[in-house]
Design a protein around this ligand. Structure first.
Ligand code: 4AD
Ligand code: MG
Length: 424
């Protein structure tokens, strides 16, 4: 007799196995207890019959509470009436840890209570499906980038440099490197000048000034590819094929989980090409749809929602005004007021999931832009060195993992998209 994961039990028909699991639910009829067991690899029904176990075990089973951890020994038997088509006919049942009712698992609790009990809520089937989709997304990201010749060169978390809005920096007590990073981009640019095609994958931190619980985490995970010699048009093509390949990978790895969430057809329905509009066109379209926004404003959540609400495929918005984007974005040579950038908006109003563009490669313009953003050039000397020593055109982007999960899984808030959310 050996122990088995529930996933593998189907191959053991007719054999006696030991399953170590948690009790999802129990129902009893005369002479029989039906136990639904979960071990993280699957679920199976176990049957405790009064004539197959000793009387003490049969009576104790009647009092088992949900989430009891247990060791069950029984024979794998075909049973068309069970969900999996199999059941485990138990010979012995040993309780390892007492259980108890946990309302958040059965989705009977308000969202605040669920978040407070996140450490238990992740046992719920829907949460498990979401976190499996997240894992599949991360796997796909690494697989697609490796296949396309990218080297993973990670970026530091302690940093002296703001990358995005200074107001959203988290301060540390680390002398000389006083912030938690908002983005690995600047270090990725150095790595791209050394290795050509690189990416970082890791947690980043933002203290959002006007947090939106549907879209903002204080700590989130981002993949950030950076490519030497790549310019904006090529970058947009690359983003489109990257996102498409990654989603196909998620469908392949976690199709059953997407199905459980009712989102398989949505993920399958993402088709190339993605629409591309300029910022200026986006403002006109958003205004027409009723957004209160003017040319020159950054796209609001409302405008993003209106632009993407009726779509099934993501939408690129390009060439934003320089005034709403960070110092590192390259000016459009045809329109010095705008920058060579592209944001990707997810369908159904989920908003921006990816932001990227071409980087300013001129030392003078970059120094000037740092000053405009109120940043201290001394802290960026190392970054400016990249423009002093063999500066080359280059582009990159960041894809937010949890924003992408929220869209793919159809979530109403971003908190469920990460195992243990750090909310603003
Ligand atoms: O648009 P952002 O700020 O771009 C950058 O950080 C670039 N430096 C990336 C690069 O080019 N290497 O952020 C990128 C993505 C957004 O599109 C969004 O998906 C996600 O990060 N994001 C957040 N996700 C959760 N919570 C927040 N507070 C987020 N802020 C941005
Ligand atoms: Mg952005």
């Amino acid at each position: 007799m050996s122990s088995a994961y529930i996933r593998d039990v189907a191959q053991r028909e007719g054999e006696e196995v030991t399953v170590r699991a948690w009790l999802v639910s129990r129902r009893s009829s005369r002479g029989l207890h039906f136990l639904q067991l979960r071990d993280g690899t699957g679920e199976i029904q176990a049957v405790v019959a009064s004539d197959a176990v000793d009387e003490a075990t049969f009576e104790a089973t009647r009092r088992l509470q949900r989430e009891t951890s247990l060791e069950a020994v029984g024979t794998v038997t075909r049973e068309p009436r069970s969900d999996s088509g199999l059941e485990l006919r138990l010979r012995t049942l040993t309780v390892v840890g007492e259980g108890g009712d946990i309302p958040v698992i059965q989705n009977e609790a308000p969202i605040e209570a669920r978040l407070e009990h996140r450490h238990l809520w992740i046992r719920a089937p829907r949460q498990q499906a979401i976190l499996r989709v997240r894992a599949a997304l991360i796997r796909s990201i690494h697989a697609v980038l490796e296949e396309r010749g990218f080297l993973q060169v990670d970026a530091p978390i302690f940093t002296p440099n703001a990358v995005e809005e200074r107001t959203s920096l988290f301060e540390t007590r680390h002398p000389g490197i006083p912030y938690l990073t908002q983005s690995g981009q600047l270090h990725n640019e150095a790595a791209a000048m050394a290795f050509g095609r690189v990416y970082s994958y890791g947690p980043v931190f933002r203290h959002e000034r006007t947090p939106n619980p549907a879209r903002h985490l204080s700590e989130f995970w981002m993949v950030e590819p950076e490519v030497a010699w790549m310019q904006l048009d090529e970058l947009i093509d690359f983003c489109e094929s990257f996102v498409s390949a990654v989603i196909a990978g998620v469908v392949g790895r976690a199709g059953a989980d997407l199905e459980l969430l009712g989102r398989l057809e949505v993920a399958r329905g993402v088709e190339q090409p993605f629409a591309r509009i300029t910022y200026s066109e986006a403002i006109d379209a958003a205004r027409e749809a009723g957004a209160t926004i003017r040319h020159g404003d950054d796209l609001t959540a409302e405008a993003e929602r209106l632009l993407s609400a009726d779509r099934t495929t993501p939408l690129f918005v390009t060439h934003y005004p320089a005034s709403v984007k960070p110092f590192y974005m390259k000016r459009d040579p045809h329109d010095p007021d705008s920058v060579l950038c592209a944001d990707l908006l997810a369908p159904e109003g989920y908003g921006e999931i990816l932001g990227g563009g071409e980087r300013e490669d001129s030392l003078d313009r970059l120094s000037e832009r740092l000053g405009d953003d109120g940043l201290n050039a001394e802290d960026y000397e190392w970054y400016l060195d990249l423009r002093r020593h063999g500066s080359a055109p280059h582009s990159g982007f960041g894809l937010g993992v949890e924003r992408t999960v929220a869209w793919l899984c159809g979530l109403s808030g971003i908190a469920e998209a990460i195992p243990f959310p750090r909310l603003p």
